[in-house]
Design a protein around this ligand. Sequence first.
Ligand code: NI
Length: 178
Amino acid sequence: MAILPIVKYGDPILRRKVKLVTDFTNLDNLVKDMLDTMGNESGIGLAANQVGMDMNLLVLDISGFEDEDDVDPRVFVNIDIIKEEGEIEIEEGCLSIPDIRASIVRAETITIEYQDLKGNIKTEIFTGLAARVILHENDHLIGKYFTDYLPTSQKTVIQKRLKEISETGFPSVSVTLT
Ligand code: NI
């Protein structure tokens, strides 16, 4: 078990589109470490570039939410969102943007294509919290933050906090935008 350092807002690796995974032989340890790291921070999703890895892989664990169907951690490689349906507003946070939360509108139900840890291609439908986490983490893999969706007025409110995070890892005060 290893807790990996989490890359924070401002690091270039979080503004780039990551590379697709082509070698599936050595992913188990990375996935274990990512799940440990995420659990240690009480996170429910983590993208590989948030731990400095330039690869299209994300993990999801919403087992702490008893209303949800997915009780086991999940891993998605080379993920592609192929369909989005409906809209729902949910408050989001991010391990790379600590102590900043905001309500964001995204699709309620998604269909994704991905590869599992053996490289098998799968298609699956997710809704609710699982869909939300997948959309948020998939955004990391294409270089986007949830704060990118905020209107200019709200971006202005957190601008200074984001700068603090990029400089010290944490904001001097926490902010929740509703
Ligand atoms: Ni995030």
